[in-house]
Design a protein around this ligand. Structure first.
Ligand code: DC
Length: 222
């Protein structure tokens, strides 16, 4: 039965806007939405909070397996504590990218991600949605933008929040994260051969959403 539930897998690098775009596509279609990166972020934050070394692959995997996290009305709860903002910090981002390199951590999160495949459909975004988690997805999109424009977008967001960042540091951080996400041995960030490329460097969010919705409408005959 589950195999008949349509999935749109959207993968791409950090700060490509895929989170915003994927959530809007899900809303437009009335489908469920999986932000898989948030799971890696929660594991990283939970590890720091419980004193687990970010190099300790097995302990991290155990933590990922029993992760006491819940998503409730757009908020993220860890052990009942609201961590919605905490998991978006640069420290949680960097931690997530590190712990995501452990195969045991990825394995521990696999079933939890697949459980999001619920009717009428799922829009899942991350790095390995099309390659590992939902290889049978009916529509795969590789959403990207130039590293300069991604840094610029992130810079604007953080400055608006009043955070003291420089464009130079953000560019360097994004380049390092891209290299780590694409260079790891297990489930590296990559464009699947059967994924449609969407380069949003010169596109607005609405244009990107429209494009994916129109691909979905055609692909799934909805
Ligand atoms: O999408 P994001 O920036 O919230 O992801 C945070 C980190 O988690 C990112 O650096 C790589 C990792 N990640 C992953 O390895 N696989 C996924 N499916 C999603 C995220």
């Amino acid at each position: 039965m589950t195999a008949e539930i349509p999935v749109i897998a959207i993968d791409g690098p950090s700060a490509s806007g895929k989170g915003t775009v994927a959530a809007l596509v899900a809303t437009r279609l009335g489908w469920h939405y999986l932000d898989s990166g948030s799971l890696y972020r929660i594991v990283a934050l939970a590890a720091v909070r419980s004193g687990i070394d970010l190099q300790a692959g097995n302990e991290l995997a155990e933590l990922a397996q029993r992760l006491p996290a819940r998503f409730c009305d757009g908020r993220v709860l860890l052990d009942g504590d609201d961590v919605t903002d905490a998991i978006r910090s640069e420290a949680s981002s960097a931690g997530a990218s590190r712990i995501a390199a452990f195969p045991a951590v990825r394995g521990a999160l696999l079933e939890r991600q697949r459980a999001y495949r619920v009717a009428p459909g799922l829009v899942a975004e991350g790095r390995d949605m099309g390659s590992v988690v939902f290889p049978q997805a009916g529509l795969k999109v590789y959403l990207t933008a130039s590293v300069e424009s991604r840094a610029q977008r992130r810079y604007k967001q953080l400055i608006e929040k009043g955070l003291p960042v420089t464009l130079h540091d953000l560019l360097q951080d994004l380049r390092e994260r891209d290299a780590r996400d694409a260079g790891r041995a297990v489930a590296p960030l990559q464009q699947c051969a059967d994924a449609l490329l969407l380069d949003t460097t010169a596109m607005t969010i609405d244009q990107a959403v429209d494009r994916i919705v129109s691909w979905a409408t055609e692909r799934f005959a909805i």
